[in-house]
Design a protein around this ligand. Sequence first.
Ligand code: HEC
Ligand code: HEC
Ligand code: HEC
Ligand code: HEC
Ligand code: HEC
Ligand code: HEC
Length: 393
Amino acid sequence: MSNNIYLNMRKSIILIPVLLLCFSFILQSIHAQSQAPPEWAVCAACHTIGKGKLIGPDLKGVTERRDKAWLYSFIRSSQTMIQNGDPIAVQLFEEYNKIPMPDNNFSDEQIDGILAYIENYDESAAAVMEQPTETPSEDEATYEEAAPGLKGHVKYGPGNTQPTFIIFLILIFVAIIDLVFTKIIKARFIHIIIILVSVFVVAEITYVEAKALGRQEGYSPDQPVWFSHKVHAGQNKIDCLYCHSSATESKSAGIPSVGVCMNCHNVVKNGKKTGTEEIAKVIEAWNSGQPIEWVRVHNLPDHVWFSHAQHVNAGKRECQECHGPVETMDRIVQVESLGMGWCINCHRKSEVQFEENDFYKEYVHFHEEMKAGKRSRVTVDDIGGNNCQTCHY
Ligand code: HEC
Ligand code: HEC
Ligand code: HEC
Ligand code: HEC
Ligand code: HEC
Ligand code: HEC
């Protein structure tokens, strides 16, 4: 017995330094992360620091291999340098399949900020914080995986079920007429069975259709261009915010314009899965000045108010919490119901991020209760997030 306690004590003593190490690791990594200048978000779509090449080269050690003046003009306009025949720029351009790096209208300070970030970046520390960004395994992610058990909804799409619906309605009608008036069929249980079965089918169809119209869980419409999030956000690791840039500051996340696609596709003209066919549609849209008419997938009714900035920026929610593993989807599918119960449940569970959040200066009493130890957490529900008028106009 006493031997056991002794052993446990020894174990705990070993644990202390391990815990301390982890702790300092996490602190360090938070530090490393917080230094990223806002401009870096753009670069991160195409570059890593020490994690290999994406669309552009790995920028680790770039401040050593190029001089400062070169970096200033390359980051501002690599294409100008290439046109002027700068040998290094031309060689890089060739090496990277002539993918042009977009121009940046940055001040010296902004570029200095980025270069300092690259220089001081600590990969090992940052790895602890970052979400896994490995290329997802090559085996196909099917829609069932993304939205388990939701296949089959599609076949109930409005239109398909209409004939069945009407046939069974007529059956009910005929059965009632015969039961009460014409009395051609003598055995009454036949009427009853017909009516019961028909009512069941009609109710089932009504229910499924209502669901498919209102909350389109599992909804995954055809799009005008075969655009794959798996290819872009998964395999090529392009940041969600590169294309949905308004998600952090406005109500909607936004869909990128053709111009954003052309940053890369005026050069990348061939896809592994679709060859030139689909990318040609993008280029054609650009040349003709026509927008691509994407079909909207997620859609709340007009009487509900929802803001991406509130959730992504203030609430620090990940896109995937509400949209599922988008980076594995060749085709976007709605994985959550977007129903009222879904919103309310998450508000009951989720704590509000009070630290360093100006949104909540007004809730002083919560701060005081937390300081006094009377309260350990404040949920979205606590601050009125589940009052009707918070979400309804
Ligand atoms: C759309 C993709 C893309 C974006 C966004 C992008 N780059 Fe690049 N970058 C490239 C490509 C591709 C190259 C290789 C040269 C070429 O093809 O012109 C490159 C090359 C570079 C180089 C030269 C690397 C070397 O080894 O000498 C630097 C430095 C650089 N980029 C910095 C940046 C910075 C800083 C940002 C953000 C402000 C940024 N890039 C944004 C695609 C991009
Ligand atoms: C290269 C640009 C690009 C990147 C990167 C990108 N998206 Fe998209 N996204 C699009 C386009 C274009 C559409 C519209 C076509 C479609 O629905 O597939 C879209 C549609 C969506 C939709 C559905 C919108 C609707 O109609 O309801 C969601 C959700 C979404 N993206 C989330 C993400 C997330 C999360 C990431 C990062 C993991 C991401 N996207 C990365 C371009 C991009
Ligand atoms: C708290 C849940 C939640 C989070 C987190 C979230 N979304 Fe959404 N998203 C929604 C809802 C709900 C809609 C439908 C909004 C509507 O119809 O007004 C939507 C719609 C969209 C759309 C369609 C166009 C639009 O803006 O309405 C895109 C694109 C999108 N989200 C991308 C993203 C990306 C990228 C992220 C991460 C940066 C993200 N979302 C984070 C819930 C969320
Ligand atoms: C930051 C660079 C970048 C941006 C922005 C970008 N793409 Fe791509 N796209 C790529 C790369 C890289 C590939 C992969 C080519 C390959 O398959 O090797 C690709 C592939 C494709 C393909 C072919 C997929 C296949 O495998 O056959 C299509 C279609 C496509 N993109 C459409 C779009 C559309 C539409 C947009 C704008 C909403 C867009 N892309 C924005 C870099 C980009
Ligand atoms: C994944 C969890 C999650 C889901 C799902 C979610 N929310 Fe939220 N919501 C939050 C968090 C966390 C906050 C608090 C953000 C902050 O700290 O400012 C919030 C805040 C809000 C606020 C502001 C509340 C206030 O009093 O300031 C509104 C409005 C809101 N959400 C609407 C919705 C609607 C509508 C839906 C469903 C379509 C929804 N949310 C789904 C997590 C969620
Ligand atoms: C956190 C956000 C949120 C709050 C708080 C909220 N609702 Fe809703 N409500 C929604 C969403 C989202 C929908 C759309 C549901 C759908 O389309 O399936 C909705 C739909 C409705 C509908 C339409 C019926 C339906 O299912 O489409 C009514 C009525 C309603 N809400 C009443 C209320 C009342 C009353 C309260 C206060 C007790 C309230 N809501 C609070 C988000 C919210």
